[in-house]
Design a protein around this ligand. Sequence first.
Ligand code: N01
Length: 565
Amino acid sequence: MHAMPMTKTQLGGSRDSSPEFVDVLVVGMGFAGMYILYCLRERGLTARAFEAGGDVGGTWYWNRYPGCRVDVDSVQYSYNFSEELTREWQWTEKFASQPELLRYAIHVADRFDLRRDAKFDTRVISAEFDEETNFWTLRTDKGDVASAPYCIMAIGSLSTPYKPPFLGIEDFRGEWYHTGAWPHEEVDFSGKRVGIIGTGSTGIQAIPVVAAEAEHLTVFQRTPQYTTPARNRPMAPGEQRQFNAHRTEWHDEVRSTFSAMTGFPMPTRTIHEDTPEERRTYLEKRWEEGGMPQAMLAAYKDVRVEVEANTAVADFVRDKIRDIVKDPDVAGRLCPPKDLPIGSKRPPIDTDYYETFNRDNVALVDIKRAPIERVTAGGIKTANAEYELDAIIFATGFDAMTGSLLAIDIRTSHGASLKDAWSDGPDTYLGLMVAGLPNLFMINGPGSPSVKANMIITIEHHADWILDLIDHLAAEDFNRVEATERAQTDWVEHAREVAEATLMPVADSWYVGANVPGKKRVYMPYFGGFDRYRKLCDEIAADGYRGFVLSRAETTDTASSAAAE
Ligand code: N01
Protein backbone atom coordinates (compact mmCIF):
# COMPACT_ATOMS: atom_id res chain seq x y z
CA MET A 1 0.00 0.00 0.00
CA HIS A 2 1.12 3.49 -0.68
CA ALA A 3 1.11 6.55 1.46
CA MET A 4 -1.05 8.37 -1.04
CA PRO A 5 -3.90 10.45 0.38
CA MET A 6 -6.84 8.13 -0.13
CA THR A 7 -10.19 9.21 -1.41
CA LYS A 8 -13.61 7.84 -0.77
CA THR A 9 -14.25 4.93 -3.10
CA GLN A 10 -17.71 3.80 -3.96
CA LEU A 11 -17.07 0.60 -5.84
CA GLY A 12 -19.66 -0.27 -8.40
CA GLY A 13 -19.80 3.23 -9.82
CA SER A 14 -22.44 5.81 -10.12
CA ARG A 15 -24.97 7.23 -12.51
CA ASP A 16 -25.89 10.88 -12.67
CA SER A 17 -25.77 12.81 -9.45
CA SER A 18 -23.63 10.81 -7.00
CA PRO A 19 -20.01 10.81 -8.11
CA GLU A 20 -17.68 7.90 -7.61
CA PHE A 21 -14.35 8.73 -5.95
CA VAL A 22 -11.20 6.77 -6.74
CA ASP A 23 -7.46 7.38 -6.66
CA VAL A 24 -6.89 7.47 -10.41
CA LEU A 25 -9.20 7.87 -13.40
CA VAL A 26 -8.27 6.14 -16.62
CA VAL A 27 -9.74 6.87 -20.04
CA GLY A 28 -9.39 3.99 -22.49
CA MET A 29 -9.07 0.25 -22.12
CA GLY A 30 -6.72 -0.52 -24.97
CA PHE A 31 -3.31 -1.97 -24.23
CA ALA A 32 -2.38 1.18 -22.27
CA GLY A 33 -5.47 1.37 -20.07
CA MET A 34 -5.26 -2.33 -19.26
CA TYR A 35 -1.63 -2.07 -18.18
CA ILE A 36 -2.34 0.99 -16.04
CA LEU A 37 -5.22 -0.77 -14.26
CA TYR A 38 -2.98 -3.73 -13.58
CA CYS A 39 -0.25 -1.47 -12.14
CA LEU A 40 -2.65 0.58 -10.05
CA ARG A 41 -4.05 -2.56 -8.47
CA GLU A 42 -0.54 -3.83 -7.75
CA ARG A 43 0.08 -0.54 -5.94
CA GLY A 44 -3.13 -0.84 -3.91
CA LEU A 45 -4.73 2.16 -5.59
CA THR A 46 -8.32 2.34 -6.70
CA ALA A 47 -9.26 3.19 -10.26
CA ARG A 48 -12.17 3.75 -12.57
CA ALA A 49 -11.69 3.29 -16.30
CA PHE A 50 -14.11 4.21 -19.05
CA GLU A 51 -13.98 2.78 -22.55
CA ALA A 52 -16.08 3.75 -25.56
CA GLY A 53 -15.78 0.28 -27.08
CA GLY A 54 -17.73 -2.73 -25.93
CA ASP A 55 -14.63 -4.51 -24.62
CA VAL A 56 -10.87 -4.21 -24.17
CA GLY A 57 -8.40 -4.02 -27.05
CA GLY A 58 -8.50 -0.42 -28.32
CA THR A 59 -7.05 -0.36 -31.83
CA TRP A 60 -7.59 -4.10 -32.13
CA TYR A 61 -11.18 -3.80 -30.99
CA TRP A 62 -12.11 -1.21 -33.62
CA ASN A 63 -9.93 -2.07 -36.61
CA ARG A 64 -11.50 -5.34 -37.76
CA TYR A 65 -11.06 -4.73 -41.47
CA PRO A 66 -9.89 -7.57 -43.71
CA GLY A 67 -6.11 -8.01 -43.60
CA CYS A 68 -5.57 -6.05 -40.39
CA ARG A 69 -2.45 -7.14 -38.52
CA VAL A 70 0.39 -5.70 -36.48
CA ASP A 71 3.68 -4.78 -38.14
CA VAL A 72 5.94 -5.28 -35.14
CA ASP A 73 7.02 -8.88 -34.43
CA SER A 74 4.28 -10.39 -32.26
CA VAL A 75 6.77 -11.51 -29.61
CA GLN A 76 7.91 -7.90 -29.28
CA TYR A 77 4.35 -6.60 -29.37
CA SER A 78 3.56 -8.33 -26.07
CA TYR A 79 3.39 -7.16 -22.47
CA ASN A 80 6.46 -7.64 -20.33
CA PHE A 81 5.01 -7.35 -16.84
CA SER A 82 4.11 -10.96 -16.09
CA GLU A 83 6.34 -13.99 -16.60
CA GLU A 84 3.31 -16.28 -16.36
CA LEU A 85 1.49 -14.35 -19.08
CA THR A 86 4.58 -14.47 -21.26
CA ARG A 87 4.94 -18.20 -20.73
CA GLU A 88 1.35 -19.16 -21.37
CA TRP A 89 0.59 -17.07 -24.47
CA GLN A 90 1.62 -18.47 -27.85
CA TRP A 91 1.52 -16.33 -30.99
CA THR A 92 0.81 -18.21 -34.19
CA GLU A 93 2.29 -15.76 -36.71
CA LYS A 94 5.32 -13.50 -36.92
CA PHE A 95 2.92 -10.56 -37.41
CA ALA A 96 -0.28 -11.41 -35.55
CA SER A 97 -3.62 -10.74 -37.18
CA GLN A 98 -6.25 -8.52 -35.57
CA PRO A 99 -8.40 -11.44 -34.31
CA GLU A 100 -5.38 -12.93 -32.56
CA LEU A 101 -4.36 -9.57 -31.06
CA LEU A 102 -7.88 -9.06 -29.78
CA ARG A 103 -7.85 -12.57 -28.28
CA TYR A 104 -4.60 -11.65 -26.52
CA ALA A 105 -6.16 -8.47 -25.08
CA ILE A 106 -9.20 -10.44 -23.91
CA HIS A 107 -6.97 -13.10 -22.38
CA VAL A 108 -5.03 -10.45 -20.42
CA ALA A 109 -8.25 -8.81 -19.22
CA ASP A 110 -9.66 -12.18 -18.11
CA ARG A 111 -6.46 -13.40 -16.53
CA PHE A 112 -5.96 -10.29 -14.40
CA ASP A 113 -9.66 -9.56 -13.93
CA LEU A 114 -9.17 -6.09 -15.38
CA ARG A 115 -12.74 -5.43 -16.48
CA ARG A 116 -13.77 -5.15 -12.81
CA ASP A 117 -12.69 -1.49 -12.69
CA ALA A 118 -13.82 -0.54 -16.19
CA LYS A 119 -17.07 0.53 -17.80
CA PHE A 120 -17.51 -0.25 -21.47
CA ASP A 121 -19.73 1.26 -24.16
CA THR A 122 -19.22 4.49 -22.26
CA ARG A 123 -17.62 7.53 -23.80
CA VAL A 124 -16.04 10.25 -21.67
CA ILE A 125 -17.36 13.61 -22.82
CA SER A 126 -15.76 15.99 -20.34
CA ALA A 127 -12.95 16.17 -17.82
CA GLU A 128 -12.82 19.08 -15.39
CA PHE A 129 -10.20 19.83 -12.79
CA ASP A 130 -11.46 21.64 -9.71
CA GLU A 131 -8.62 23.88 -8.50
CA GLU A 132 -10.16 24.08 -5.01
CA THR A 133 -10.72 20.36 -4.39
CA ASN A 134 -7.77 19.15 -6.50
CA PHE A 135 -10.04 16.60 -8.20
CA TRP A 136 -10.52 15.71 -11.83
CA THR A 137 -14.13 14.82 -12.60
CA LEU A 138 -15.05 12.80 -15.67
CA ARG A 139 -18.53 12.82 -17.13
CA THR A 140 -19.69 10.26 -19.67
CA ASP A 141 -22.36 9.98 -22.33
CA LYS A 142 -24.14 7.48 -20.08
CA GLY A 143 -24.39 9.91 -17.16
CA ASP A 144 -21.49 8.56 -15.09
CA VAL A 145 -19.61 10.99 -12.88
CA ALA A 146 -16.29 9.92 -11.39
CA SER A 147 -13.63 11.92 -9.57
CA ALA A 148 -10.02 11.42 -8.57
CA PRO A 149 -6.94 13.54 -7.91
CA TYR A 150 -5.24 12.08 -11.00
CA CYS A 151 -6.46 11.32 -14.49
CA ILE A 152 -4.62 9.35 -17.16
CA MET A 153 -5.66 9.62 -20.79
CA ALA A 154 -4.92 6.28 -22.41
CA ILE A 155 -7.04 6.87 -25.47
CA GLY A 156 -4.71 5.86 -28.27
CA SER A 157 -2.94 7.84 -30.95
CA LEU A 158 -5.09 6.62 -33.84
CA SER A 159 -8.56 6.24 -32.40
CA THR A 160 -10.69 8.93 -34.04
CA PRO A 161 -11.45 7.76 -37.60
CA TYR A 162 -11.31 10.44 -40.27
CA LYS A 163 -13.84 10.22 -43.09
CA PRO A 164 -13.63 12.95 -45.73
CA PRO A 165 -16.96 14.75 -46.11
CA PHE A 166 -17.62 13.63 -49.69
CA LEU A 167 -20.83 15.00 -51.09
CA GLY A 168 -23.66 12.54 -51.61
CA ILE A 169 -22.69 9.74 -49.22
CA GLU A 170 -26.27 9.72 -47.92
CA ASP A 171 -27.49 8.95 -51.47
CA PHE A 172 -25.34 5.82 -51.83
CA ARG A 173 -27.53 2.73 -52.25
CA GLY A 174 -24.84 0.24 -51.22
CA GLU A 175 -23.02 -0.28 -47.93
CA TRP A 176 -20.10 1.84 -46.81
CA TYR A 177 -17.53 1.14 -44.11
CA HIS A 178 -14.67 2.91 -42.37
CA THR A 179 -11.76 0.59 -41.63
CA GLY A 180 -11.29 2.16 -38.19
CA ALA A 181 -14.87 1.40 -37.12
CA TRP A 182 -15.44 -1.91 -38.87
CA PRO A 183 -18.63 -3.90 -38.10
CA HIS A 184 -18.41 -6.83 -35.72
CA GLU A 185 -20.42 -9.03 -38.05
CA GLU A 186 -18.68 -10.71 -40.97
CA VAL A 187 -18.70 -8.51 -44.09
CA ASP A 188 -18.87 -10.59 -47.24
CA PHE A 189 -17.68 -8.91 -50.43
CA SER A 190 -18.04 -11.92 -52.68
CA GLY A 191 -19.91 -11.11 -55.87
CA LYS A 192 -19.67 -7.38 -55.09
CA ARG A 193 -18.09 -4.42 -56.85
CA VAL A 194 -16.11 -2.72 -54.13
CA GLY A 195 -14.35 0.65 -54.07
CA ILE A 196 -11.66 1.50 -51.54
CA ILE A 197 -10.44 5.04 -50.89
CA GLY A 198 -7.00 5.32 -49.32
CA THR A 199 -3.65 3.62 -49.75
CA GLY A 200 -2.00 4.14 -46.35
CA SER A 201 -0.99 1.25 -44.08
CA THR A 202 -4.64 0.25 -43.74
CA GLY A 203 -5.54 0.31 -47.44
CA ILE A 204 -2.34 -1.55 -48.24
CA GLN A 205 -3.32 -4.34 -45.84
CA ALA A 206 -6.96 -4.48 -46.92
CA ILE A 207 -6.58 -4.24 -50.71
CA PRO A 208 -5.03 -7.70 -51.39
CA VAL A 209 -7.56 -9.43 -49.12
CA VAL A 210 -10.62 -7.63 -50.47
CA ALA A 211 -9.40 -8.14 -54.06
CA ALA A 212 -9.27 -11.90 -53.46
CA GLU A 213 -12.89 -11.93 -52.30
CA ALA A 214 -14.73 -9.28 -54.30
CA GLU A 215 -15.96 -9.62 -57.84
CA HIS A 216 -14.17 -6.36 -58.62
CA LEU A 217 -12.12 -3.85 -56.63
CA THR A 218 -11.49 -0.24 -57.61
CA VAL A 219 -8.68 1.41 -55.67
CA PHE A 220 -8.97 5.19 -55.40
CA GLN A 221 -5.44 6.40 -54.77
CA ARG A 222 -4.50 9.98 -53.95
CA THR A 223 -0.83 9.52 -53.00
CA PRO A 224 1.07 6.34 -53.86
CA GLN A 225 2.94 4.84 -50.93
CA TYR A 226 6.23 2.99 -50.60
CA THR A 227 5.63 -0.40 -49.06
CA THR A 228 8.00 -3.29 -48.49
CA PRO A 229 7.38 -7.02 -48.03
CA ALA A 230 6.32 -8.16 -44.56
CA ARG A 231 7.29 -11.79 -45.24
CA ASN A 232 4.81 -12.82 -42.62
CA ARG A 233 4.95 -16.51 -41.71
CA PRO A 234 3.78 -18.91 -39.04
CA MET A 235 5.90 -18.95 -35.88
CA ALA A 236 8.42 -21.76 -36.08
CA PRO A 237 8.22 -24.50 -33.43
CA GLY A 238 10.16 -23.39 -30.35
CA GLU A 239 10.78 -19.88 -31.78
CA GLN A 240 8.79 -18.07 -29.13
CA ARG A 241 10.17 -20.21 -26.31
CA GLN A 242 13.66 -19.34 -27.45
CA PHE A 243 12.82 -15.63 -27.60
CA ASN A 244 11.28 -15.71 -24.14
CA ALA A 245 14.29 -17.48 -22.67
CA HIS A 246 16.21 -14.24 -23.30
CA ARG A 247 13.32 -11.86 -22.78
CA THR A 248 14.88 -10.04 -19.82
CA GLU A 249 18.06 -9.28 -21.77
CA TRP A 250 15.99 -8.38 -24.82
CA HIS A 251 13.87 -6.02 -22.74
CA ASP A 252 16.98 -4.15 -21.61
CA GLU A 253 18.30 -4.06 -25.13
CA VAL A 254 15.08 -2.94 -26.81
CA ARG A 255 14.68 -0.04 -24.42
CA SER A 256 18.01 1.24 -25.66
CA THR A 257 16.99 1.33 -29.32
CA PHE A 258 15.62 4.16 -31.43
CA SER A 259 12.29 2.49 -32.25
CA ALA A 260 11.93 0.19 -29.22
CA MET A 261 12.29 -2.79 -31.56
CA THR A 262 14.99 -5.24 -32.47
CA GLY A 263 15.13 -7.97 -35.08
CA PHE A 264 16.73 -6.22 -38.02
CA PRO A 265 20.35 -5.22 -38.53
CA MET A 266 21.04 -1.74 -37.23
CA PRO A 267 22.66 0.58 -39.78
CA THR A 268 26.42 0.63 -39.52
CA ARG A 269 27.37 2.86 -42.45
CA THR A 270 26.10 5.67 -44.66
CA ILE A 271 24.97 4.98 -48.19
CA HIS A 272 27.98 6.88 -49.52
CA GLU A 273 30.32 4.25 -48.13
CA ASP A 274 28.94 1.73 -50.64
CA THR A 275 29.30 1.71 -54.42
CA PRO A 276 26.03 1.72 -56.41
CA GLU A 277 26.56 -2.01 -57.02
CA GLU A 278 27.05 -2.73 -53.30
CA ARG A 279 23.97 -0.65 -52.44
CA ARG A 280 21.85 -2.61 -54.87
CA THR A 281 23.04 -5.95 -53.47
CA TYR A 282 22.53 -4.82 -49.89
CA LEU A 283 19.05 -3.34 -50.47
CA GLU A 284 18.08 -6.47 -52.41
CA LYS A 285 19.05 -8.54 -49.35
CA ARG A 286 16.97 -6.31 -47.06
CA TRP A 287 14.01 -6.52 -49.47
CA GLU A 288 14.23 -10.32 -49.57
CA GLU A 289 14.38 -10.52 -45.77
CA GLY A 290 11.47 -8.07 -45.42
CA GLY A 291 10.00 -7.65 -41.96
CA MET A 292 9.25 -4.58 -39.89
CA PRO A 293 9.13 -1.24 -41.75
CA GLN A 294 12.34 -0.08 -40.08
CA ALA A 295 14.23 -2.96 -41.71
CA MET A 296 14.36 -1.15 -45.04
CA LEU A 297 14.65 2.39 -43.69
CA ALA A 298 17.46 1.38 -41.36
CA ALA A 299 19.52 -0.02 -44.24
CA TYR A 300 21.80 2.99 -43.98
CA LYS A 301 22.34 5.60 -41.30
CA ASP A 302 21.42 8.52 -43.51
CA VAL A 303 18.17 7.37 -45.17
CA ARG A 304 15.98 9.42 -42.85
CA VAL A 305 18.07 12.57 -42.95
CA GLU A 306 19.77 12.96 -46.29
CA VAL A 307 18.06 13.51 -49.63
CA GLU A 308 20.55 11.55 -51.73
CA ALA A 309 20.50 8.51 -49.43
CA ASN A 310 16.74 8.62 -49.17
CA THR A 311 16.32 8.94 -52.93
CA ALA A 312 18.57 5.92 -53.51
CA VAL A 313 16.34 3.71 -51.34
CA ALA A 314 13.16 5.25 -52.77
CA ASP A 315 14.45 4.58 -56.32
CA PHE A 316 15.14 1.00 -55.34
CA VAL A 317 11.50 0.58 -54.26
CA ARG A 318 10.23 2.32 -57.43
CA ASP A 319 12.29 -0.17 -59.48
CA LYS A 320 10.71 -3.02 -57.51
CA ILE A 321 7.23 -1.68 -58.28
CA ARG A 322 8.06 -1.60 -62.00
CA ASP A 323 9.44 -5.16 -61.77
CA ILE A 324 6.38 -6.52 -60.00
CA VAL A 325 3.51 -4.71 -61.72
CA LYS A 326 3.07 -5.92 -65.29
CA ASP A 327 1.15 -2.98 -66.75
CA PRO A 328 3.71 -0.14 -67.05
CA ASP A 329 1.01 2.49 -66.83
CA VAL A 330 -0.37 1.04 -63.56
CA ALA A 331 3.18 0.61 -62.25
CA GLY A 332 3.90 4.26 -63.03
CA ARG A 333 0.82 5.35 -61.12
CA LEU A 334 1.81 3.20 -58.13
CA CYS A 335 5.28 4.78 -57.95
CA PRO A 336 5.48 7.47 -55.28
CA PRO A 337 6.60 10.83 -56.64
CA LYS A 338 10.26 11.88 -56.46
CA ASP A 339 9.51 14.63 -53.95
CA LEU A 340 8.01 12.20 -51.39
CA PRO A 341 10.86 10.92 -49.19
CA ILE A 342 10.53 7.26 -48.25
CA GLY A 343 9.59 7.02 -44.57
CA SER A 344 8.14 10.51 -44.34
CA LYS A 345 4.65 9.02 -44.44
CA ARG A 346 4.27 6.13 -42.01
CA PRO A 347 6.01 3.24 -43.84
CA PRO A 348 3.75 0.20 -44.27
CA ILE A 349 4.69 -3.40 -44.89
CA ASP A 350 2.56 -5.65 -47.02
CA THR A 351 1.65 -9.06 -48.29
CA ASP A 352 1.27 -9.02 -52.09
CA TYR A 353 0.23 -5.38 -52.33
CA TYR A 354 1.86 -4.49 -55.64
CA GLU A 355 1.16 -8.02 -56.99
CA THR A 356 -2.57 -7.39 -56.45
CA PHE A 357 -2.56 -4.84 -59.26
CA ASN A 358 -1.76 -7.66 -61.70
CA ARG A 359 -5.19 -9.18 -61.02
CA ASP A 360 -7.86 -8.84 -63.69
CA ASN A 361 -10.47 -7.78 -61.13
CA VAL A 362 -8.50 -4.79 -59.76
CA ALA A 363 -8.42 -1.26 -61.17
CA LEU A 364 -6.38 1.70 -59.97
CA VAL A 365 -7.85 5.20 -60.18
CA ASP A 366 -5.62 8.22 -59.69
CA ILE A 367 -7.71 10.70 -57.74
CA LYS A 368 -4.95 13.25 -57.57
CA ARG A 369 -5.29 13.67 -61.32
CA ALA A 370 -9.10 13.35 -61.34
CA PRO A 371 -10.42 14.01 -57.81
CA ILE A 372 -13.55 12.46 -56.37
CA GLU A 373 -16.39 14.89 -56.97
CA ARG A 374 -19.11 13.07 -55.10
CA VAL A 375 -20.61 9.80 -54.05
CA THR A 376 -23.69 8.98 -56.12
CA ALA A 377 -26.53 6.53 -55.59
CA GLY A 378 -24.64 3.99 -57.64
CA GLY A 379 -21.00 4.61 -56.77
CA ILE A 380 -18.28 7.26 -56.98
CA LYS A 381 -17.97 10.06 -59.50
CA THR A 382 -14.55 11.53 -60.20
CA ALA A 383 -13.70 14.46 -62.44
CA ASN A 384 -13.24 11.89 -65.26
CA ALA A 385 -15.66 9.06 -64.82
CA GLU A 386 -18.31 7.36 -62.73
CA TYR A 387 -17.60 4.02 -61.05
CA GLU A 388 -20.47 1.64 -60.28
CA LEU A 389 -20.03 0.14 -56.81
CA ASP A 390 -21.95 -2.06 -54.37
CA ALA A 391 -19.75 -1.16 -51.39
CA ILE A 392 -17.30 1.60 -50.46
CA ILE A 393 -14.47 1.21 -47.95
CA PHE A 394 -13.03 4.36 -46.44
CA ALA A 395 -9.42 3.58 -45.53
CA THR A 396 -8.91 7.28 -44.99
CA GLY A 397 -7.16 7.21 -41.64
CA PHE A 398 -7.55 9.11 -38.42
CA ASP A 399 -7.53 12.52 -36.79
CA ALA A 400 -4.30 11.30 -35.28
CA MET A 401 -2.72 12.00 -31.91
CA THR A 402 -4.92 14.95 -30.93
CA GLY A 403 -8.39 14.05 -32.27
CA SER A 404 -9.46 11.82 -29.39
CA LEU A 405 -8.10 14.16 -26.70
CA LEU A 406 -9.76 17.22 -28.19
CA ALA A 407 -13.04 15.35 -28.55
CA ILE A 408 -13.23 15.47 -24.74
CA ASP A 409 -13.96 18.87 -23.19
CA ILE A 410 -10.88 19.06 -20.95
CA ARG A 411 -10.70 22.13 -18.72
CA THR A 412 -9.96 23.46 -15.25
CA SER A 413 -12.25 25.45 -12.96
CA HIS A 414 -9.94 28.44 -13.49
CA GLY A 415 -10.77 28.49 -17.19
CA ALA A 416 -7.76 26.76 -18.79
CA SER A 417 -8.74 24.28 -21.48
CA LEU A 418 -6.90 21.80 -23.67
CA LYS A 419 -8.56 23.26 -26.73
CA ASP A 420 -7.13 26.72 -25.97
CA ALA A 421 -3.75 25.32 -24.90
CA TRP A 422 -3.48 23.55 -28.26
CA SER A 423 -4.94 26.27 -30.48
CA ASP A 424 -1.49 26.69 -32.04
CA GLY A 425 -0.55 22.99 -32.08
CA PRO A 426 -0.29 20.25 -29.45
CA ASP A 427 2.29 21.68 -27.02
CA THR A 428 3.26 19.28 -24.25
CA TYR A 429 6.12 18.59 -21.91
CA LEU A 430 7.58 15.20 -22.91
CA GLY A 431 4.21 14.25 -24.39
CA LEU A 432 3.20 13.46 -20.82
CA MET A 433 1.57 16.62 -19.49
CA VAL A 434 0.26 19.98 -20.68
CA ALA A 435 1.13 23.17 -18.77
CA GLY A 436 -1.95 24.57 -17.06
CA LEU A 437 -3.62 21.17 -16.65
CA PRO A 438 -2.34 19.74 -13.35
CA ASN A 439 -2.51 16.03 -12.52
CA LEU A 440 -3.57 15.11 -16.07
CA PHE A 441 -1.32 12.64 -17.86
CA MET A 442 -1.23 11.31 -21.38
CA ILE A 443 0.04 7.97 -22.58
CA ASN A 444 1.83 8.33 -25.92
CA GLY A 445 0.79 11.95 -26.20
CA PRO A 446 2.04 14.30 -28.92
CA GLY A 447 5.66 15.16 -28.24
CA SER A 448 6.54 11.63 -27.14
CA PRO A 449 8.04 8.89 -29.36
CA SER A 450 4.65 7.09 -29.40
CA VAL A 451 3.82 6.20 -33.01
CA LYS A 452 7.50 6.21 -34.00
CA ALA A 453 8.21 3.24 -31.76
CA ASN A 454 6.85 -0.11 -30.57
CA MET A 455 3.75 1.08 -28.77
CA ILE A 456 3.73 -1.68 -26.16
CA ILE A 457 7.16 -0.62 -24.95
CA THR A 458 6.26 3.06 -24.96
CA ILE A 459 2.99 2.33 -23.14
CA GLU A 460 4.82 0.42 -20.44
CA HIS A 461 7.42 3.15 -20.16
CA HIS A 462 4.87 5.97 -19.86
CA ALA A 463 2.66 4.14 -17.40
CA ASP A 464 5.62 3.20 -15.17
CA TRP A 465 7.02 6.73 -15.28
CA ILE A 466 3.67 8.35 -14.45
CA LEU A 467 2.91 5.92 -11.63
CA ASP A 468 6.39 6.39 -10.17
CA LEU A 469 5.69 10.11 -10.17
CA ILE A 470 2.35 9.59 -8.41
CA ASP A 471 4.18 7.42 -5.84
CA HIS A 472 6.76 10.13 -5.40
CA LEU A 473 4.10 12.77 -4.84
CA ALA A 474 2.49 10.60 -2.16
CA ALA A 475 5.80 9.89 -0.48
CA GLU A 476 6.59 13.63 -0.33
CA ASP A 477 3.07 14.47 0.86
CA PHE A 478 2.36 16.35 -2.35
CA ASN A 479 -0.86 16.01 -4.29
CA ARG A 480 -0.32 18.19 -7.34
CA VAL A 481 2.05 18.18 -10.28
CA GLU A 482 2.13 20.49 -13.23
CA ALA A 483 4.47 21.04 -16.17
CA THR A 484 5.95 24.52 -16.30
CA GLU A 485 5.37 26.72 -19.34
CA ARG A 486 9.13 27.11 -19.69
CA ALA A 487 9.86 23.37 -19.70
CA GLN A 488 7.04 22.85 -22.20
CA THR A 489 8.26 25.58 -24.54
CA ASP A 490 11.80 24.20 -24.43
CA TRP A 491 10.56 20.67 -25.10
CA VAL A 492 8.39 21.73 -28.03
CA GLU A 493 11.34 23.62 -29.50
CA HIS A 494 13.68 20.66 -29.01
CA ALA A 495 11.17 18.25 -30.61
CA ARG A 496 10.73 20.64 -33.55
CA GLU A 497 14.49 20.94 -34.08
CA VAL A 498 14.95 17.18 -33.95
CA ALA A 499 12.21 16.59 -36.53
CA GLU A 500 13.35 19.38 -38.82
CA ALA A 501 16.85 17.96 -38.96
CA THR A 502 15.31 14.99 -40.82
CA LEU A 503 13.21 14.47 -43.93
CA MET A 504 10.26 13.29 -41.84
CA PRO A 505 8.11 16.45 -41.74
CA VAL A 506 8.26 16.88 -45.54
CA ALA A 507 5.26 14.75 -46.47
CA ASP A 508 1.62 15.73 -46.11
CA SER A 509 1.03 12.98 -43.58
CA TRP A 510 -1.05 12.47 -40.47
CA TYR A 511 2.20 12.90 -38.51
CA VAL A 512 1.89 16.62 -39.31
CA GLY A 513 -1.91 16.69 -39.28
CA ALA A 514 -2.06 17.37 -43.03
CA ASN A 515 -4.76 14.74 -43.62
CA VAL A 516 -7.36 16.71 -41.66
CA PRO A 517 -8.35 19.99 -43.31
CA GLY A 518 -7.67 22.96 -41.05
CA LYS A 519 -5.44 21.08 -38.61
CA LYS A 520 -2.33 23.01 -37.56
CA ARG A 521 0.76 21.62 -39.31
CA VAL A 522 3.13 20.36 -36.59
CA TYR A 523 5.25 17.22 -36.61
CA MET A 524 3.55 15.60 -33.61
CA PRO A 525 5.64 12.58 -32.56
CA TYR A 526 9.05 13.03 -30.91
CA PHE A 527 11.63 11.83 -33.43
CA GLY A 528 14.69 11.88 -31.21
CA GLY A 529 14.47 8.16 -30.57
CA PHE A 530 12.92 6.16 -27.76
CA ASP A 531 16.38 5.45 -26.26
CA ARG A 532 17.21 9.13 -25.94
CA TYR A 533 13.72 9.99 -24.72
CA ARG A 534 13.74 7.34 -22.02
CA LYS A 535 17.13 8.49 -20.79
CA LEU A 536 15.87 12.06 -20.62
CA CYS A 537 12.75 11.02 -18.69
CA ASP A 538 14.97 9.15 -16.21
CA GLU A 539 17.29 12.14 -15.79
CA ILE A 540 14.35 14.49 -15.30
CA ALA A 541 12.90 12.25 -12.59
CA ALA A 542 16.29 11.85 -10.89
CA ASP A 543 16.63 15.63 -10.93
CA GLY A 544 13.51 16.03 -8.77
CA TYR A 545 11.19 16.04 -11.78
CA ARG A 546 12.87 18.97 -13.48
CA GLY A 547 10.39 21.11 -15.38
CA PHE A 548 7.46 20.06 -13.21
CA VAL A 549 6.14 21.90 -10.16
CA LEU A 550 5.28 19.48 -7.36
CA SER A 551 3.18 20.92 -4.57
CA ARG A 552 0.61 20.33 -1.89
CA ALA A 553 -2.72 21.92 -2.67
CA GLU A 554 -4.79 22.60 0.42
CA THR A 555 -8.17 21.35 -0.60
CA THR A 556 -11.63 22.28 0.48
CA ASP A 557 -13.09 18.98 -0.61
CA THR A 558 -15.48 17.22 1.67
CA ALA A 559 -15.06 13.82 0.09
CA SER A 560 -11.33 13.68 0.66
CA SER A 561 -11.66 14.94 4.21
CA ALA A 562 -14.30 12.30 4.85
CA ALA A 563 -11.95 9.66 3.45
CA ALA A 564 -9.08 10.91 5.56
CA GLU A 565 -11.03 10.43 8.77
O1 N01 B 1 -4.41 6.13 -42.69
P1 N01 B 1 -3.41 7.06 -43.50
P2 N01 B 1 -4.30 4.55 -42.41
N1 N01 B 1 -9.53 11.97 -50.52
O2 N01 B 1 -3.71 8.45 -43.04
C1 N01 B 1 -6.22 8.84 -48.22
C2 N01 B 1 -1.50 2.78 -38.29
N2 N01 B 1 -1.73 1.47 -38.87
O3 N01 B 1 -5.55 4.15 -41.74
O4 N01 B 1 -1.85 10.01 -48.71
C3 N01 B 1 -8.83 10.94 -50.99
O5 N01 B 1 -2.04 6.60 -43.42
C4 N01 B 1 -4.81 9.26 -47.99
O6 N01 B 1 -4.29 9.89 -49.15
P3 N01 B 1 -3.02 10.89 -48.99
C5 N01 B 1 -0.22 3.34 -38.90
O7 N01 B 1 0.46 4.09 -37.96
C6 N01 B 1 -0.89 0.49 -38.53
O8 N01 B 1 -3.90 3.84 -43.63
O9 N01 B 1 -3.34 11.80 -47.82
N3 N01 B 1 -8.00 10.17 -50.28
C7 N01 B 1 -4.17 7.93 -47.68
O10 N01 B 1 -3.89 7.20 -48.82
C8 N01 B 1 -0.78 4.16 -40.02
O11 N01 B 1 0.07 5.11 -40.55
C9 N01 B 1 -1.02 -0.75 -39.08
O12 N01 B 1 -2.96 11.61 -50.25
C10 N01 B 1 -7.87 10.50 -48.99
C11 N01 B 1 -5.27 7.23 -46.88
O13 N01 B 1 -6.49 7.84 -47.26
C12 N01 B 1 -2.00 4.75 -39.35
O14 N01 B 1 -2.54 3.66 -38.62
C13 N01 B 1 -2.02 -0.97 -40.00
C14 N01 B 1 -8.58 11.56 -48.41
C15 N01 B 1 -5.11 7.40 -45.39
O15 N01 B 1 -3.89 6.88 -44.99
C16 N01 B 1 -3.03 5.29 -40.28
O16 N01 B 1 -3.11 4.45 -41.42
C17 N01 B 1 -2.88 0.04 -40.33
C18 N01 B 1 -9.42 12.31 -49.24
N4 N01 B 1 -10.10 13.38 -48.77
C19 N01 B 1 -2.73 1.27 -39.76
N5 N01 B 1 -8.26 11.62 -47.10
C20 N01 B 1 -0.07 -1.81 -38.72
O17 N01 B 1 0.38 -1.95 -37.60
C21 N01 B 1 -7.38 10.63 -46.89
N6 N01 B 1 -7.13 9.96 -48.02
C22 N01 B 1 0.35 -2.67 -39.77
